[in-house]
Design a protein around this ligand. Structure first.
Ligand code: MN
Ligand code: MN
Length: 318
């Protein structure tokens, strides 16, 4: 007698044999939730930190006591909830990946240029220099820089992480390809790979992610990122951004405290906020975000983030 097979089982994808894979579908759903959380966290950190960008902790303290609300302002005179180049360059990179369905540095550079020509509220010096070089020479890789290592390649890398979630080697090569369009320096490369790997693990595993051991492993190779004696250096140097982000992320227990520590440190507060918001967002998930921040964030940006994550997951799933 033939074995009874329900029609529904015949039409559904083969179920993995391993019991640990039995959460396959909810797992995908959770990863997508955490990817959206990382992206929204990044935009929140940008919008919140822009208020205190280039200020010292002392100036922040005397003006706000503690800066804790998304009020805009800052040197860019932003509206509450408005984001800056940090979020916008992620959106440009995401659009390029979605259009090419893979990493094409020329397409990424074209989307960055299109963004630069849209008269953004802010643009970094190294970014604008790199994009002018692309326009003049057509090269998609900056000359190696020995002495300057800004955080501009790191701040915009989230779409690459989302599109390559299960492919760490692909994540590495795509990350460096997009970053080196404007930022080409060994410390920039290393900082990007460290924070991106932590974010990738946090999107895949949430609070179960083995972040401590991953950090330990990287610090053995790159002791320059050791943040155990953090002294509050929070400018746009990649080493300081990585240390600031890891210091506040590893020494706080929730999304809000992590971001409050970062943005009240001043310096490159919007970029440090974006990078920390990305990592802490993936780790804690947006259900832990203070609603006063999520509500204020520019609604168009929120819509773009949701739609990009859907489309980036399609690249990731092939
Ligand atoms: Mn910015
Ligand atoms: Mn900045």
């Amino acid at each position: 007698m033939p074995e009874f097979v329900p029609v529904s089982a015949m039409n559904s994808p083969a179920l993995p044999h391993n019991a640990s894979h039995s959460l396959y579908l909810p797992g995908r759903h959770l990863c997508q939730f955490r990817a959206v959380s990382a992206y929204l966290g990044l935009a929140i950190g940008d919008a919140l930190g822009a208020t205190t960008e280039f200020m010292t902790p002392h100036e922040i303290q005397s003006q706000f006591r503690v800066h804790r609300n998304m009020i805009g302002g800052g040197w860019l005179r932003l509206k509450p909830g408005q984001v800056t180049d940090d979020t916008e360059m992620n959106l440009a990179l995401g659009q390029a990946l979605i259009e090419a369905k893979t990493m094409q540095p020329g397409t990424v550079a074209d989307f960055f240029v299109r963004w630069m020509r849209s008269k953004p509220v802010d643009i970094g010096d190294t970014v604008s220099r790199g994009l002018r070089r692309y326009l003049n020479q057509g090269t998609v890789e900056a000359m190696p820089e020995e002495f300057s290592a800004g955080n501009g390649g790191l701040m915009r890398n989230l779409p690459v992480i989302i599109a390559t979630l299960s492919e760490p080697h692909l994540m590495e090569s795509w990350s460096l390809a997009q970053a080196r369009i404007t930022h080409h320096n060994p410390l920039s490369d290393a900082g990007i790979l460290l924070i991106s790997e932590l974010t990738r693990l946090a999107i895949l595993h949430g609070q179960e992610a083995p972040l401590q051991s991953t950090i330990h492993h990287y610090l053995q190779k790159y002791p320059i990122f050791d943040f155990s004696h953090y002294r509050g250096e929070s400018d746009g140097y990649i080493v300081h951004t990585v240390k600031t982000v890891l210091h506040y992320f590893m020494h706080t227990l929730d999304f809000e405290s992590c971001l409050l520590g970062i943005v009240n440190q001043g310096g490159d507060a919007d970029t440090n906020g974006a990078v920390a918001g990305m990592l802490a967002g993936a780790f804690y998930g947006m259900d832990q975000f203070p609603s006063r921040w999520l509500k204020k964030l520019n609604p168009t940006v929120k819509d773009q983030i949701h739609s990009q994550v859907d489309q980036l997951f399609e690249i990731f799933e092939g």
